[in-house]
Write a protein that binds this ligand. Structure first.
Ligand code: UDP
Ligand code: MG
Length: 316
């Protein structure tokens, strides 16, 4: 029988977390989704883990036929891992979840209930975000959230929370997207009609360390900015007009000053330098942004696969 509910979990070096994760998850599944008319499955992606994560998952899957494991040949990142698992899901409702137990599996029934109410996308909104996630981890998330709200136009509180539920239609639409760099929560929203958020608990990472450093986050932010809007490009033109106008106004002002005070000496060289730095800075920003888009076009044109699946364990 086709599963009704699919749970998707990306795994990258999570050997310390897998036993507890599975213990808690299987308990929730057994209690909340015992209805035989609504069968479930769990799809893990092993995103090129270097530790014992994969053999551990395979071991668990031996005793539980409802588990599938998508094995990647190397590490492709969290969002690609989720895509890899999406491709293997068959449920009507799909829930994604982090493996580090920051997203409590106990919240899954809440999200599923919302999708059953008719929402296409249900986001988790983390309550009591753990502040011992370092400053470098929370500060970029705040920026990510703010920029995403602006660029996608959907006012949600928390885009970073990966405890989310989707309808089959939205997942299918996402699977049709060929672009390499995609930020799943924003992509999902662009295909959804009804979107909502439910508050979910947020715990500390149970073990191991965050796989996101500052650099990975900057990358993610650029993904977001360039794949979901042309706003930065449009801002460039606005900035250009603004600078040109300022430059012109300054020129007029200086000329007027010269005529009114022929005896006064303005530090001409200094104002020139100030102007120059201003323009040079603006140009670098502009080139950088253009480069970012061009780089992305180059990547898309090469059309490399987003990930390579080595093997799917547990598939009939
Ligand atoms: N993850 C992954 N591939 C990666 C990085 C992370 O599959 O390259 C998985 C990781 O195993 C975890 C989830 O994505 O299940 C979230 O990762 P992490 O907890 O490090 O991110 P954070 O909570 O710091 O945002
Ligand atoms: Mg985490």
């Amino acid at each position: 029988m086709e599963p009704y509910l699919s749970i998707v979990i990306p795994i990258y070096n999570e050997e310390e977390n897998i036993p507890v994760l599975w213990e808690r998850l299987s308990k929730v599944m057994a209690e909340a989704f015992a209805d035989p008319a609504k069968p479930w499955e769990v799809v893990f992606t092993d995103d090129g883990s270097r530790d014992r994560s994969l053999p551990m998952l395979v071991e668990i899957a031996k005793a539980e036929p409802r588990i599938k494991i998508v094995e990647f040949n190397r590490n492709y990142g969290q969002h690609s891992a989720i895509f890899g698992a999406f491709a293997e899901t068959r449920g009507r409702i799909i829930v994604t979840l982090d493996a580090d137990l920051q997203n409590p599996p106990e919240e899954i029934p809440k999200l599923v209930a919302k999708v059953e109410e008719g929402y296409d996308v249900v986001g988790g909104w983390r309550q009591g975000r753990q502040q011992n996630d370092s400053f470098f981890r929370t500060m970029p998330s705040k920026i990510v959230n703010a920029v995403t709200r602006k660029t996608t136009g959907v006012k949600l509180h928390d885009y970073g929370c990966m405890l989310r539920a989707y309808s089959r239609e939205v997942v299918n639409a996402m699977l049709l997207c060929k672009e390499r760099s995609s930020f799943i929560p924003a992509l999902a929203n662009s295909f959804a009609k009804r979107i909502t958020e439910v508050p979910v608990a947020h715990a500390e990472r149970a073990a191991g360390e965050s796989k996101y450093g500052l650099w990975k986050l900057i990358n993610l932010q650029f993904d977001l900015l360039t794949s979901f809007s042309l706003l930065p490009l449009q801002m460039l033109s606005v900035l250009g007009v603004l600078i040109a106008f300022l430059g012109f106004a300054l020129f007029v002002g200086l000329m007027a000053y010269r005529f009114l005070h022929p005896e006064g000496t303005v530090g001409g060289v200094f104002s020139l330098f100030a102007l120059l730095f201003f323009f040079v800075g603006a140009q670098f920003i502009a080139f950088g942004l253009l480069g970012e888009y061009i780089g992305r076009i180059y990547q898309e044109v090469r059309d490399r696969p987003r990930y390579m699946v080595k093997k799917v364990h547990g598939a009939e």
